[in-house]
Structures are given as structure tokens and as C-alpha cells.
Design a protein around this ligand. Structure first.
Ligand SMILES: Cc1cc2nc3c(=O)[nH]c(=O)nc-3n(C[C@H](O)[C@H](O)[C@H](O)COP(=O)(O)OP(=O)(O)OC[C@H]3O[C@@H](n4cnc5c(N)ncnc54)[C@H](O)[C@@H]3O)c2cc1C
Length: 512
């Protein structure tokens, strides 16, 4: 156990002063040597590979760095890098016995503002629980609770397997899964959470339990859709699939000028119409964004059509998109599942994975594109992205395919049923630099206008807003994220009273 305990320096060197505004309000012990001794004793109880890091440590900035910083900036006084399940248990018990709140962190890309409610707490950093092991029968893999997408994807790929993982390498596997888990493979196999077989979960009191369809089935239900509210997943078992022979994807990158907006999204509506038979291997995604080399005056639509198959097989699906007349068309073939992250611009080196700048989105789920609302949203975005602060921002226009997702009965998981019903996931994503609170206020105001425009067709028809919980910015109502059915919310609350009666897991889009 490596302990970076420089408490004396911490107190003498002014850091205590810096934290003083936060810490005394929750626990007077922080001012005393008692807590230092207790923290030291925690360190001594942990496994040899665990690490305790205090603000005075040179590594501090690195371990608290996160996506959407400083807009999202939970307040910690210590980071515990756990290395075993038992470390997690001991840390939770330590926090409870000292009345200290805690937050579990894996990929650090959660962007909801509700995380800021954690102040003066312990960060339980899961990154050392990073393993991906395929079972002997080749049907499942056990993934560590702190594993990132790229780590799991490449480990499985080396064994000719793939799992339903998200689209971005730097995000954890478990973070998206607990709230859904959109994926290039969702139309074939369902959301990431539909592929969860079992989990090891450290509960609010520090005890640990197995969770599956046959063990603690009620908690298994809650974990799949509202999982951030119920415990710390130290490891979990997911279904894995053989990588198809040849394993080649074909990716069309099509850039359209803004006059094609209506034609493009009307075509997507046809492909996703209830009567259509969209193939599960077809994945559609895009972003309305600024590319001055293509159009100096207006945002453009950078659209991607990916197909798991050869170009000859994909061409029939690409043809109507090409017929609309993109300004630029690029085709990349023979792409495998690991390379797909780079070809689609979601790899570790891509700016989407940056940790030190502000980002937020607000996922808008739609039954189909309302092209009038979309045009209004485009116009707001054109104004917002002309503002130099937000010039690299985008509106995501994702439509990954729903066959596998709809094959699962919505009642069997906690996930909001709207997530399984609506094929369109569109998200204004704002990026900006710096810590000026006015920038966040302005970005959120633009996003709110874009949301109003995007939802206008739904609300005019008497429908209700639904936001993907993992894309929520932190201001949405619970019903908007977790669904409008009363029985579902009642059940989630009742399960909280059983599994987390003191509401320790309350910082990520909380149910209570
Ligand atoms: C660049 C980017 C790409 C994204 N791509 C996708 C995508 O393809 N598909 C998709 O569905 N979503 C995607 N998202 C949204 C993503 O699902 C959420 O941002 C998610 O919260 C990120 O999880 P994380 O572990 O990386 O972040 P963290 O901030 O570390 O975790 C987020 C929350 O998850 C909980 N948590 C983390 N680890 C554990 C654990 N081991 N046990 C229990 N709870 C835990 C905690 O409540 C924590 O606050 C993306 C987000 C970004 C920023």
C-alpha cells in the first residue's frame, strides 16, 4: 500500500485554508489530527497496490482531472485508488463511520452538474480494477469495474470476441452500461445493459453481494437503467460475441451543406419508419458542426454511415445518402471493430476525450425527426457556434438502430421505456475553455433553446420529453430521465429504501 500521506504539509502549506470553506461544514474531524490518523489507518488496511492521494501530492491534479472540468468539479479531500474489492468495502465503511460522502469514479466523463453536490468527499477511483477476461466457454467476459472501453475492446478483440461497448474509447464500460449503453452493436444485441449477466456490487453499508437474474433480482433490475443510484460495481459479467469472419466494417463519411438538412433527415425518417426493415448492421450517426473549409458561413452536417460488411454490401444503403449530394464523400473499408473508434473519430487522441475543458450535452430522444424543429435548432446552433467561445461545439444526430433494443421487454429493466422506443438521439454538445461561469450559463441557454426547438414536434403532438440519463446535463426532471410510469418510479424509490436507505449514492442524476 503506497501512502502519500503528507498531512502536516497539507495543514501547514495553505491547502487546509483552500479547503476550509468546504470541509468544516460536513465534518469537524477534518480540522483535527483524528481524521489524519483515521485516514492513515485506512491506508494501512488497504491492499498493497491501493493508493491514497491528498491535495498536497503532485499527482493530485492528475487524479481529480475529469471531462467537463471545471463545469463539473466535485470537491474531494482525498482520492483513494482502490485495487481490490475489499479496498472498496473498507473505503465505504471508513467514509460511513466518519460521516463523509463519497463518489465512485471510473472513466471521469460523467458530465451531469449533479456531481457538483459532492463536496468535501472521498473519490473512490476504480481505475486499478481494470481487467477483461473471457470465460472458458467463450460466451461471457468478466470486466473490472474501472475498465475503459478501449481496454475491454482490445482485450476481447485479441481473443476474437466483442461486447456491446460504447462509441468512445476513453469512457468506462460500466458508466454507460448502468444508464443504458448506446453502441454501434445495439441493433444487433441490445443496449450494453441488456447484455449484463451478473455483477459484484459493494452496497451503501460496505457489504458486497452478487447480483443477477437469479440472485437479488430486484437490485439487478434497478442496476440496469438506474444503476448509478444503487452501489459500486467492482466487476461484472457481460455477454460476448464471436467477431464475424472477415470482421470488416465499411464507413462512409458524408459532409453536407446546410441546404440538405431537410432532405437528409427525411431520408433517415424513412429508414427508421415503423414499417421499414432497417438492417441491424447499419449504424447512422452525425454531427452538425462548423467546418469552415467546407462552408465558411454556416455549420455543416458531418454524417457517418457505418455498415458491418463489405462496401459491395453497404452500397445499397449508402446510395440514397449519396444521391442527396454531399459536398464531400469519403469511404473507408476493411475496418475492424477496434479501428472503428479511430475511423469514426472517437479514439483516445480525439478532442472528445479531453479532460480539461468544459463539455456538456443534453440528450434529446425523438420518435422521428421533425424537420421544422430541426431547422429552428440549426439556426440557434448557427448563432451559438458563431460565438468564438463555442465554435467547436456540435449537435449530435445519432440513430444507431433499434432492433436488438426493442427485442427486450421494457418492463424487465429499470431503463426508461422511451429509450427503447425512440430511434433518434440528438444532443447539443457544447465545448469551451476556461472557468468563467457566464460561459456555462450562456452555453446552457443556447442548449435550452435547441432543446425547445427539437422537442417542438413532440410537445405539439401532446408527447413528453425524454432525455437519455447518461446524456443529462443535470437539470432534467426525474421523469424525463427515468420514465413517466408511476409504478417504475415507485419501484425505484422502494428499492432505494431497501438497498441504499441513507441515499449514499445520490450524486449522479439522483432518484431521490
Ligand atoms: C466523450 C464521451 C463519449 C460518450 N460515449 C457514449 C456512448 O458511446 N454510449 C453511451 O451510452 N454513453 C456515452 N457517453 C455518456 C456516458 O455514458 C456518461 O458520460 C458516463 O457517465 C461516463 O462514465 P465514466 O465512467 O466514463 O465517467 P465517471 O464520471 O467516472 O462516472 C460517471 C458516474 O458513473 C458512476 N460509476 C462510475 N463507475 C462506477 C462503478 N464502477 N460502479 C458504480 N457506479 C459507477 C458514478 O455515479 C459516476 O459519477 C459518452 C460521454 C462522453 C463524454
Amino acid at each position: 500500500m503506497l501512502v502519500f500521506l503528507t498531512f502536516a504539509l497539507w495543514l501547514l502549506g495553505g491547502l487546509h485554508g483552500a479547503l476550509g470553506g468546504i470541509l468544516p461544514s460536513f465534518n469537524p474531524l477534518v480540522r483535527s489530527t483524528d481524521l489524519m490518523q483515521t485516514a492513515t489507518s485506512l491506508g494501512q488496511q488497504l491492499s498493497k497496490d491501493a493508493t491514497i492521494i491528498l491535495p498536497s501530492n503532485p499527482l493530485w491534479d492528475e487524479v481529480i482531472a475529469r471531462g467537463s472540468y471545471p463545469r463539473v468539479n466535485p470537491g474531494y479531500f482525498v482520492v483513494v485508488e482502490v485495487a481490490t474489492e475489499s479496498d472498496v468495502q473498507k473505503t465505504v465503511k471508513f467514509a460511513n463511520s466518519n460521516g463523509i460522502p463519497f463518489l465512485v469514479v471510473s472513466g471521469t466523463h460523467g458530465w451531469t452538474k449533479t456531481l457538483n453536490k459532492l463536496q468535501g468527499g472521498i473519490q473512490i477511483n476504480m481505475r486499478k480494477l481494470n481487467t477483461s477476461v473471457v470465460s472458458k466457454d467463450g460466451k461471457t467476459a468478466t470486466i473490472g469495474g474501472g475498465t475503459l472501453q478501449w481496454e475491454a475492446t482490445s482485450a476481447l478483440f485479441n481473443q476474437s470476441k466483442q461486447a456491446v461497448t460504447g462509441l468512445c474509447e476513453c469512457v468506462s464500460v460500466i458508466g454507460p452500461l448502468l444508464g443504458g449503453g448506446h453502441s454501434m452493436l445495439q441493433s444487433q444485441h441490445g443496449f450494453a445493459l441488456d447484455n449484463l449477466v451478473s455483477a459484484r456490487v459493494v452496497l451503501a453499508d460496505g457489504s458486497v453481494t452478487d447480483v443477477s437474474a437469479s440472485k437479488n433480482a430486484d437490485l439487478f433490475w434497478a442496476l440496469r437503467g438506474a444503476g448509478h443510484n444503487y452501489g459500486i460495481v467492482t466487476s461484472f459479467v457481460v455477454k460476448v460475441y464471436d467477431i464475424p469472419a472477415g470482421n470488416q466494417w465499411t464507413v462512409y463519411s458524408l459532409i453536407y451543406k446546410s441546404d440538405k438538412l431537410e432532405a437528409l433527415f427525411s431520408l433517415v425518417n424513412k429508414i427508421d419508419a415503423p414499417s421499414a426493415t432497417r438492417p441491424s448492421k447499419l449504424v447512422l450517426a452525425g454531427a452538425i458542426t462548423r467546418i469552415p473549409d467546407i462552408d465558411a458561413a454556416q455549420p455543416v452536417i458531418a454524417y457517418t454511415l457505418s455498415y458491418e460488411g463489405t462496401q459491395a454490401e453497404a452500397e445499397q444503403y449508402a446510395a440514397p445518402f449519396k444521391a442527396i449530394g454531399p459536398a464531400v464523400t469519403t469511404v473507408t473499408t476493411n475496418v475492424n471493430y477496434v479501428q472503428l473508434y479511430t475511423v469514426t473519430g472517437n479514439n483516445l487522441e480525439n478532442p472528445v476525450c479531453r479532460k480539461d475543458n468544459n463539455i456538456f450535452g443534453s440528450g434529446i430522444s425523438l420518435p422521428s425527426w421533425d424537420t421544422a424543429g430541426l431547422r429552428k435548432a440549426f439556426n440557434v446552433f448557427a448563432q451559438a457556434s458563431a460565438d468564438p467561445r463555442f465554435s467547436t461545439s456540435a449537435i449530435l444526430t445519432e440513430s444507431y438502430g433499434m432492433n436488438g433494443v426493442r427485442a427486450v421487454d421494457a418492463k424487465t429493466t429499470a431503463l426508461a421505456p422511451e429509450e427503447r422506443a425512440n430511434p433518434i438521439l440528438t444532443t447539443p454538445i457544447f465545448w469551451w475553455e476556461g472557468a468563467n461561469p457566464q460561459d456555462a450559463t450562456d452555453a446552457e441557454a443556447y442548449a435550452a433553446k435547441i432543446k425547445d426547438a427539437m422537442y417542438s414536434g413532440v410537445t405539439a403532438a401532446g408527447g413528453k420529453r425524454h432525455t437519455y440519463v447518461n446524456y443529462a446535463m443535470g437539470e432534467e426532471s426525474r421523469a424525463e430521465m427515468y420514465g413517466y410510469e408511476q409504478w417504475r418510479m415507485d419501484k425505484l424509490k422502494s428499492l432505494k429504501s431497501i438497498w441504499d436507505p441513507k441515499n449514499k449514492f445520490r450524486f449522479y442524476n439522483p432518484i431521490i
